[in-house]
Design a protein around this ligand. Structure first.
Ligand SMILES: CC(C)(COP(=O)(O)OP(=O)(O)OC[C@H]1O[C@@H](n2cnc3c(N)ncnc32)[C@H](O)[C@@H]1OP(=O)(O)O)[C@@H](O)C(=O)NCCC(=O)NCCS
Length: 163
């Protein structure tokens, strides 16, 4: 699947309510002093690569990383302008909290912020769950398969075996 494109002006972005009763769900930008807490959480739940991307987003002013707090506990995040300007992502919800509408809420709120920043479209680079973006915000595939922004990216290599 190639990159996805989402129109920011062809739809209204709402803030759907969480599906779990009694949940106080807050979505807000990461504060600078929370950076280490959020990055450690992302490394624990997702990957070092994502933590590197999120570090860029948190370092922007205003911070371009939103977090979701469920009753005060960090349960998800979503970024924009991390790997490239106009890109949405990475995003993730802790496994135990998936399927409760939190990912959709983060996506809607982040795209709304991008719209207010002046973007007309958002790009989702190398999407994992394309169906999520198609269903929740009507994303369409950019017909340019093959080379994406992550092509040729350096990755952590295994330490060389000592002889
Ligand atoms: C993708 C992700 C953020 C969705 O978060 P979530 O809180 O579970 O999503 P929601 O509960 O808001 O789901 C919204 C809808 O999208 C659908 N959906 C969720 N994850 C999906 C997936 N992986 N593939 C296809 N559809 C998906 C849900 O079924 C739901 O549909 P419904 O409204 O008919 O029930 C979460 O599954 C996740 O963290 N995945 C691992 C990290 C990842 O892949 N991030 C995206 C990188 S591009």
């Amino acid at each position: 699947m190639g990159d996805l494109l989402v129109s920011l002006y062809a739809q209204e972005f709402s803030s759907p309510e969480p599906r779990t009763e009694g949940t106080d769900l807050t979505i807000r930008p990461v504060l600078a002093p929370e950076r280490h807490v959020v990055l450690a959480w992302i490394e624990r739940h997702f990957s070092q690569n994502w933590a590197s991307e999120v570090a860029i987003a948190i370092g922007r002013q205003p911070s371009s990383c939103l977090i979701a707090l469920s009753n005060g506990e960090l349960v998800g995040f979503a970024c924009y302008d991390a790997v490239a300007r106009g890109f949405f992502g990475p995003t993730g919800v802790a496994e135990a909290h998936r399927g409760q509408g939190i990912g959709s809420k983060l996506l809607h709120q982040t795209l709304l912020v991008m719209k207010h920043m002046g973007y007309a479209y958002a790009i989702i680079g190398d999407p994992g769950p394309a169906g999520f973006y198609v269903d929740v915000v009507g994303a369409i595939e950019i017909p340019f398969p093959g080379k994406g922004i992550y092509t040729g990216m350096l990755r952590t290599s295994e330490p060389a075996a000592s002889s």
